[in-house]
Design a protein around this ligand. Structure first.
Ligand code: CA
Length: 225
């Protein structure tokens, strides 16, 4: 497994490189956004750890360019700024996860392993969480073995939530991915569809899987006890 680290703070970068090497990963490191982008376009990586504030080109621009050329490797953002807008912006641009600095290395390692696992199963035909299963090819959803009938929008919505389970998905991202429209604050189409989906998927079952995070969006996950 090969990981690229793009981080201009020498201390943080070295700490990451050393820790990840000790955990058995092959790592490359660069301290500059433009070099980072160049490496991502010319080399194959299984995952990228990307700082936001970088010389040359910021992490957002790097991510945007990488996604534009169709590279789908998981991206873990490092952000020094504990601001919801920054995190949302990263996720909208196609980041898979983020960590706020300073972070524990054990936390970073756990996120990296989760992302790599998820990356490998991306092309699977069956998405699942707890006892909820979505079969992409057969367009079939079951929970606890019981068939659930969904409209095509509800199916797309659930597929998106399942593919990115554990991530808080902002409404604007859901709107663009499922409805192919720009977010318009006057419309409650997402809320309505989400309510219907939750009724079908969660009402009769435990644990509840779809959660509304006020002011941020929706997340599909097994709640912590
Ligand atoms: Ca930085």
């Amino acid at each position: 497994m090969r990981i690229l680290i793009v981080e201009d703070e020498v201390k943080t970068g070295d700490y990451l490189k050393q820790g990840l090497s000790e955990a058995g990963f092959v790592t490359d490191i660069t301290r500059d956004g433009i070099d980072g982008l160049h490496l991502l376009m010319t080399e194959e990586y299984d995952l990228v750890i990307l700082d936001v504030m970088l010389p040359g080109m910021d992490g957002w621009q790097v991510l945007k360019s990488v996604r534009q050329i169709g590279k789908q490797m998981p991206v873990l953002f490092l952000t020094a700024r504990d601001r919801v807008e920054d995190r949302v912006k990263g996720l909208e641009l196609g980041a898979d996860d983020y960590l706020i600095k300073p972070f524990d290395f054990s936390e970073l390692l756990a996120r990296v392993r989760t992302l790599l696992r998820r990356g490998k199963t991306k092309e699977t035909e069956l998405l699942e969480i707890a006892d909820l299963k979505l079969d992409i090819l057969r367009r079939r959803v079951t929970r606890a073995g019981k068939r659930i009938d969904l409209t095509s929008k509800e199916f797309s919505l659930l597929e998106l939530l399942l593919r990115r389970q554990g991530e808080v998905l902002p409404r604007s991202l859901i709107a663009s991915q499922v409805w192919d429209m720009n977010f318009d604050s006057d419309t409650n189409v997402i809320e309505v569809a989400m309510r219907r989906l939750r009724m079908k998927v969660d009402d009769e079952f435990e644990p509840k899987l779809i959660h509304n995070i006020r002011g941020m969006g929706y997340v599909l996950e097994i709640p912590e006890k």
